[in-house]
Design a protein around this ligand. Sequence first.
Ligand SMILES: Cc1ncc(COP(=O)(O)O)c(C=O)c1O
Length: 322
Amino acid sequence: MEATKYIWMDGELVEFEKATLHFLTPALHYGVGVFEGIRCYATERGPAVFRLKEHAERLVASAKVLGFRELPYTAAELADAIRLTVSANGFAECYIRPLIYLTHGGWNLTVDTGKASVGIAVWEWKNYLGAEALEKGIRANIASFTRHHPNVMMTKAKITGNYANSVLAKTESVRLGFEEAIMLDPQGYVAECTGENLFLVRNGKVYTSPTAAVLEGITRDSILTLAGDLGYAVVEQPISRDQLYIADEVFVCGTAAECIALCEIDFRTIGAGKMGPVTRAIQQAFHAALRGQHPRSAEWLDYVNAVVPVAGSVSVRENAAA
Ligand SMILES: Cc1ncc(COP(=O)(O)O)c(C=O)c1O
C-alpha cells in the first residue's frame, strides 16, 4: 500500500505531515464543513476520476446549502485541483476527499464571520465494506436512529455535522454484529444507509427511494442509468421497511462502498440470501463503467493525465505552519 505524499491545502500541495490544522478551527467544533467522496480508477488510459464534474458541482452546492456565500474556488477549479492532487501523489487508484471548512471565525455560530478554507486529500482505500462483501454481500439492520428531516439537517448537502447521525447508526449496527445500518426517514420510509443509497429488486423491477430526504447519490444516478441501459424498469417511490424484507434482492451503492448486495436485513434472509442476478448484472456494468470498459465510461470518466493545473497551485510548501 502506497502512502499519501501531498495534501492540497488552499491552493498549495503540502507534504502529508505538514497538512495540519489548529485546534481552534471552528469547523472542528461545530461540524461546519462540506465534503465529497470521490474515486479514481486505473484504466488503460491511466488514472481516471469517476464523474468528477458532478462531484465538484455537488461540493459547491453543499457549501451553498450550508450558507457559504463566497468560496475561494469554482467547481471547475476544484476539479483541476483534485486531478492535480491525484497526479502529484502518483496513485493509479485512490479515494479522494475534498473538504471545505470554516476557519478564522464563526464562533458566533454563523458562517458569515468566518472564512472558507479548502483541502483535498487522496489515499488508497480499496474495500470500504470489506473484500468479501463484493461477492457475498453484507448483513444490515434498521437503525434505531432516524435519518435527518430535511428541515433539521438538509440531506442534499454532504455537511460534516450531518455525519454524526451516520456515526451513531453505524456504530450501533456494527456493535450489534451487522455490517451496515439502514436508516428510515422521519415519516418511517426507507431513506438511505449511513453512506450509501439503497435499491430493491422485485419481480424484475428495480426500486429506489425518491431523493427528497436522501443524498442525491452520484452512484445512485449512475445505477439508475445502467439499470435502464440493461432494460430493467426503474421506479423511484417511497419504500417501506417490510418491502425490503420481501424483496427478491436489495443492494446499496455509494462511492466508497460501490455496489454491494444486502443478503440479510433484521435477521430476515433477502431472496436467496446471496447476491441476486439483477444486482450482479448492475454491479458488473458499474465496474466496467468505472474502469473505462463500458459505453458510459466516455461520459463519466475524467482522465487525470489530461489535467492543466490551476495557476499557483503546484508549489510544495516548505513549512505548512509558516
Ligand atoms: C448519506 C449518504 N447517502 C448516499 C451516499 C452515496 O452517494 P455517492 O454515490 O454520491 O457517493 C453517500 C456517500 O456519499 C452518503 O454519505
